[in-house]
Design a protein around this ligand. Sequence first.
Ligand SMILES: NC(=O)c1ccc[n+]([C@@H]2O[C@H](COP(=O)([O-])OP(=O)(O)OC[C@H]3O[C@@H](n4cnc5c(N)ncnc54)[C@H](OP(=O)(O)O)[C@@H]3O)[C@@H](O)[C@H]2O)c1
Ligand SMILES: *[C@@H]1O[C@H](CO)[C@@H](O)[C@H](O)[C@H]1NC(C)=O
Length: 300
Amino acid sequence: MMGTLCLCLDLALLLQMKFLRAKLGRPPKWLLMWVSVTSMRHSSIKMKRRSARPSERRWRMLWSTFLRPEFVQPALEKSLTKLGLDYVDLFIIHWPVAMKSGDEILPKDASGKIIFDTVDLRDTWEALEKCKDAGLTKSIGVSNFNHKQLEMILNKPGLKYKPVCNQVECHPYLNQSKLLEFCKSKDIVLVAYSALGSHRDPNWVEKDSPYLLEDPILNAVAKKHKRSPGQIALRYQVQRGVVVLAKSFNEKRIKENFQIFEFELTPEDMKAIDGLNRNFRYAKLLSAVDHPYYPFSEEY
Ligand SMILES: NC(=O)c1ccc[n+]([C@@H]2O[C@H](COP(=O)([O-])OP(=O)(O)OC[C@H]3O[C@@H](n4cnc5c(N)ncnc54)[C@H](OP(=O)(O)O)[C@@H]3O)[C@@H](O)[C@H]2O)c1
Ligand SMILES: *[C@@H]1O[C@H](CO)[C@@H](O)[C@H](O)[C@H]1NC(C)=O
């Protein structure tokens, strides 16, 4: 099941790549790379299902306890050993807020509070550039960066490689229009996570958060096209030039999530969905709100 699911996910990404190529007239180079990373990642999870706890899977992205530059390459090398690979295609910084380095995935003090660290992200970025130069990854990118943090990397003296992507929460309730515009102007691909309104895991998402897929407008558009609200939410992103992630453990919904290339939303539909924005973020990660690099205090 896991194998099928992941293959499906990858296929969906491939389809999106075809679509984006047709739409934008240029192939998003890194996307193929992303597709192969996910497939490798998932085949490794399948092989090592017993040890593939979510915390370990994060090492395929650079987890926050490894942001100090001297830990970056060893972290990637450890991942590669686990994957049985010589290189990955895309390596991204998961989140700009560093946590205390060490063996703990979520280092906590005696009172249960996460112990943070302050690391200059430009130093982390240089370490990612070195991983690329060492042939350990084909492309490098970031996740959960605001535009100032992206700018800080882009303006770094001696910058060798730009981030190819910024993976952020993005859906009709948080349309990220300003960040998207910024990313497009810098040729950075915006990748949307929680595009269906998130997994609603109570560890990360407040219980009283609105249910995106129950939104009446989204449902009206869905009804009109004889599609599901989930398909409309995914299609919306593809039509605005966003690469969209969709996660499901259900075979029917996985299939459904592919079928967003057979129909098109009209400009009126797009406008109606644009009207849903309320700058609502599901994953606020408030435990880090006082950290100087907490990304979500900025408007975008
Ligand atoms: N970079 C980051 O910090 C970060 C943070 C969060 C997530 N992500 C990435 O983004 C991916 C997805 O994000 P996410 O897990 O937050 O949430 P999501 O993709 O918005 O939503 C997943 C939820 O939607 C359900 N679902 C899937 N397809 C559906 C459909 N067609 N209709 C109705 N419900 C549907 C799934 O349930 P069923 O399984 O029951 O279908 C699951 O509970 C993750 O796998 C992760 O790789 C990255
Ligand atoms: C995004 O949200 C803003 C603010 O609510 C809204 O004006 C805009 O139309 C929405 N969509 C896009 C594509 O900007």
